[in-house]
Design a protein around this ligand. Structure first.
Ligand SMILES: [Zn+2]
Ligand SMILES: [Zn+2]
Length: 360
């Protein structure tokens, strides 16, 4: 039976909403009926070629749904189980996995090279970032389907799969924010909003949100921001002004541009920590001089998928949802259909909104 999907036919081409045919799940694989899928900036980066995966591909990597069938040898999941999709499954065997750094697994994107479906006209399709969530149904390795803990609404659970794991992990695993510390978050999109909430959960005292748009202030404050700064060439100075001239203990950059990475680094105190979550292109070169690196004694870290182990973090995040500390609905700014994804890409290019969530 054919299902509808959003297909990237070639890098730089517009998405096509079309019918695809999925095979029955083979050994170790499961078929999932999507309830919802978030539109993440990385989908846009795949579509414009900033990040590359084999095409034509079904995009979408932040999803949740219900298992409809399982292939041979799958014992952990059964039809009817609610699951969150994990777009970066770890192999358990590579060097990074042997160190316990599963988010850096060398084989995390191996599945992207496989053909997981065909269009009804017979064109082979790849699963984007492994999970091909911009479709009514998908077939994924069982390692990409994590059981949804109790007490989390299935549609909003989609956000756990990328934005929330990333934002929460940036704060808790990468920057290791401690209670009472001050935090600045650059970029108020889906990941930025999740990062603000994570800073609030961590007990940060002052939480500064920074964005180019003045229109996101209410959204940012609802997610935990205590201060809002409209980005300018003065951003770092503005943030130091809000922290007694010192700068914040921690900056999290969710944009992936040289100018914001530099501003984030400059907005931290002497000895402060900056975590870069945003994914930028090779053209975004950040420069530092040797003397300032010495003088400021700051740390600058990259961060992949929140430096998270999704299987361990999902139950923790669900606990925060049940406890009312993590508000998934506050991240969603638009509830849309599959056919609205191209418009959601346009809005993202224009820097508008938080997270658009496709509801199936
Ligand atoms: Zn994402
Ligand atoms: Zn591995």
């Amino acid at each position: 039976m054919a299902v509808r999907a959003a297909v990237l036919p070639a890098v730089g081409a517009p998405l096509e909403i079309t019918e695809i045919e999925l095979p029955e799940p083979g050994p170790g694989r499961v078929r999932v009926r999507l309830a919802a899928a978030g539109v993440c900036h990385s989908d846009l980066s795949l579509s414009d070629g900033t990040m590359r995966v084999p095409v034509p591909a079904v995009l979408g990597h932040e999803g949740a749904g219900t298992v409809v069938s399982v292939g041979e040898g799958v014992e952990r999941l059964a039809p009817g189980d609610q699951v969150v999709l994990n777009w970066a499954p770890s192999c358990g065997a590579c060097h990074a996995c042997s160190l316990g750094e599963v988010w850096l697994c060398a084989n995390a994107l191996a599945g992207a090279a496989e053909v997981h479906a065909r269009t009804t006209r017979g064109t082979d399709l790849h699963p984007g970032l492994n999970v091909a969530a911009f479709a009514e149904e998908t077939v994924v390795p069982a390692s990409c389907a994590l059981p949804l803990p109790d007490g989390v609404p299935l549609t909003e659970a989609a956000l756990l799969g990328c934005a929330v794991l990333t934002g929460y992990g940036a704060v808790h695993h990468s920057a290791r924010v401690r209670s009472g510390e001050t935090v600045a978050v650059f970029g108020v999109g889906g990941v930025g909003l999740a990062t603000l909430q994570a800073a609030r959960i961590a007990g940060a005292s002052t939480i500064v949100a920074v964005d180019v748009s003045p229109e996101k202030e209410a959204l940012a404050r609802a997610a935990g921001a205590t201060e809002y700064v409209v980005a300018s060439e003065r951003t770092a100075r503005d943030i130091r002004g809000l922290t007694g001239g010192q700068g914040v203990d921690v900056a999290v950059e969710c944009v992936g541009r040289a100018v914001t990475i530099r501003a984030a680094w400059e907005s931290t105190r002497r000895g402060g920590r900056t975590t870069v979550v945003g994914i930028g292109g090779k053209d975004q070169e950040v420069t530092f001089n040797a003397l300032e690196l010495f003088h400021w004694g700051r740390t600058l870290s990259g961060c992949v998928y929140g430096n998270s182990d999704p299987a361990k973090d999902l139950p923790v995040l669900a606990g925060h949802v049940r406890g009312g500390r993590l508000d998934l609905s506050a991240l969603v700014t638009d509830r849309i259909g599959l056919a609205d994804i191209p418009a959601a890409f346009d809005a993202m290019r224009a820097g508008k909104g938080g997270r658009a969530l496709v509801i199936f």
